[in-house]
Design a binder for this molecule. Sequence first.
Ligand SMILES: [Zn+2]
Ligand SMILES: [Zn+2]
Ligand SMILES: [Zn+2]
Length: 272
Amino acid sequence: MVSSKEISIEVVVLGSGTSVGVPMIGCDCPVCHSDDPRDHRLRPSLLVRFAGYEVLIDTGPDLRQQALRAGMQRLDAVLYTHSHADHILGIDDIRPFNFLAQRGIPIHGSQETLDCIRRTFAYAFDSRPSQSSRPRLEPQPINGKPIDIHGLHFQPIPVVHGNLTCHGFRFGNIAYLTDFSAIPDRSLCMLRNLDIVFLDALRHKPHPMHSTVEASLHLVEVLHPKRAYFTHVSHDLSHALTEETLPPNTHLAYDGLTLHSPWVLQETEAAG
Ligand SMILES: [Zn+2]
Ligand SMILES: [Zn+2]
Ligand SMILES: [Zn+2]
């Protein structure tokens, strides 16, 4: 039997920064020395909360700090966009969630991403007994179809990240697209009628692997979401000064930013 339930999907930006974070080690620029907390950017990650469940998109090197800040008490799954260090290096901090739930955590990503995670965190997949704790992970390859996590469907959206393919995800009327230099037309078709879209916008200056403020502003015009938030932001962009230049429905994301979007969850119940 399928029942439907109206829910509110909550997303929390755990990190809005680029791979080195902001401030960057050793940098004297005004943004790295800014007092504005919105200029303090941890490595990129998004927390998705719905119906009592918690899902992470990426587990970057700042995961421990981010999970404590967001008051995370559980982790039901992780979705990986790709295997760059700024998106996977927090994997060891999944252990407390294993302790809490007494089980492994499903991790979803492309075969390429999961293979890289196995190589980088070989100890986590070593079946020999160990006296030290290891993250318990259950790899699930993405096959292009929506990933059903407790009734919420996460549609993988292929995007071009320099010479790599990376995945964004659409769930309900929210889409999270980080680390892209271009979005293929087929993927743009999956991004209609969005309440909220997150888009990579590293800086103004072009970069071979990342979108810019100008390129993502163009995407906002093409996609017509209700609201757009730019993420994976470098120290080139001051939050306050950049906000002044953006159209009313478009903003820079910042760490801790929390947004909601309504959705109807289809739940399949066992016949009774
Ligand atoms: Zn990145
Ligand atoms: Zn700087
Ligand atoms: Zn990347």
